[in-house]
Design a binder for this molecule. Structure first.
Ligand SMILES: Cc1ncc(COP(=O)(O)O)c(C=O)c1O
Length: 354
């Protein structure tokens, strides 16, 4: 149990003082037949469906459905225009540019660093260990009085492995700032989500997304789960109507598809394991990192040449061979069985394996 957490001490002063924008839909929430409060076009939209009214700023119906799926109450959910919006808001809420800092644990998702740079916030890098786990001593040494956020991605992108739960808990208990656990790939993992632990850790912010297992990347819907007070801060900072009505409509319907999503997850995990075994059988493959995600990091001979060969045959993977601790590696997203077969055939053809 964490005792010394104080949101007030962590927030930037301008955010503490901020009076949020009060939209027309904030000020009137009931049913009405004549809406003349938001300067909308009362005639309709030049489209088969009407989008002339501003959407619900707090996306209440989606949050109710998410509560049923994930067991996280609405008051603990923030919805953003992709998880990237939530990442950006974390910097704007907690990090005073040029003074505060955050800790990143590379190799990891690149957006934390980009967001830090956009917000002119310093970051300290504490590399993962060689088995892609947290360097707890290194992190403890890097923390100073101005460290506000630590980003941990689990399962981690681009390595695919989960970070040891015990180590994450050690940080949650000992760090007085915000611990962000990015669970974008949690649906593919055997590890449980941290969503059940929100009450125990007031400094915990969990990120998830509909862009991966849910197959809705184009809609841009990211989720942050946290204590009520942190969610209130997120809602204060976000643009008033950050999730558009078309996205809200489609997401509401798509969230009925839990069964098909669970089928896909099962299939992706099976395909991932098959693909991993087939790759390991190639003598040119030095290492396949055990994955809890929907991609595989594989260290192999001539990665750049193989990458170019695959591109020339219309198959695009991610070249991570120049990334520190991923030297010689390509990151392969698990596709459909047919796509995975094509990928393997092409890799075998490149190495002239018969
Ligand atoms: C770890 C991680 N977090 C977040 C994201 C972005 O998610 P979204 O599409 O919700 O912005 C990605 C996308 O690749 C990711 O790998």
């Amino acid at each position: 149990m964490k005792m010394s957490f104080s949101l007030d001490l962590l927030l930037r002063d301008n955010i503490k003082r901020l009076v949020p924008y009060s939209s027309a839909r904030d000020e009137f929430k009931g049913e009405a037949s004549v809406l003349l409060d938001a300067n909308e076009n009362a005639f309709g939209s030049p489209y088969s469906k009407n989008y002339n009214r501003y959407p619900d700023p707090l996306q209440r119906r989606i949050k109710e459905k998410l509560y049923r799926i994930k067991g996280v109450p609405s008051e603990n959910i923030f919805l953003g225009n992709g998880s990237d919006e939530a990442i950006d808001i974390l910097f704007r809420a907690f990090c005073e540019p040029g003074r505060d800092n955050v800790i990143l644990v590379p190799p990891t998702y690149g957006m934390y660093e980009v967001s830090a740079n956009i917000n002119n916030v310093l970051y300290k890098k504490v590399n993962l260990t060689h088995d892609y786990q947290l360097d707890l001593d290194g992190i403890a040494e890097a923390i100073d009085t101005y460290t506000k956020l630590i980003f941990i991605c689990s399962p981690n992108n681009p390595t695919g492995n989960s970070i040891r739960r015990q180590d994450i808990e050690t940080i949650l208990v000992n760090f007085d700032g915000i611990v962000v656990i990015d669970e974008a790939y949690i649906n593919f993992s055997k590890q449980p989500s941290f969503t059940k632990d929100l009450e125990e850790f007031p400094n915990l912010v969990i990120l998830q997304t509909l862009s991966k297992a849910w197959g809705l990347a184009a809609l841009r819907l990211g989720m942050a789960f946290a204590g009520k007070e942190i969610i209130t801060v997120f809602n204060k900072i976000k643009p008033p109507y950050n999730i558009n009505q078309a996205t809200q409509d489609v997401v509401l319907e798509a969230l009925e598809g839990v069964d098909i999503v669970n089928e896909w997850i099962k299939e992706v995990v099976e395909e991932r394991e098959k693909l991993s075994v087939s790759l390991q059988m190639l003598s040119q493959v030095a290492h396949v990192t055990p994955s809890d995600a929907n991609f595989i990091l594989v260290k192999l001979e001539e990665p750049r040449e193989l990458y170019n060969f695959l591109v020339s045959n219309g198959i695009i993977v991610r070249d991570r061979s120049k990334v520190e601790l991923c030297e010689g590696c390509l990151r392969l997203t698990v596709g459909t069985p047919k796509e995975n077969r094509m990928l393997l055939e092409n890799i075998r053809a490149f190495y002239a394996v018969v």
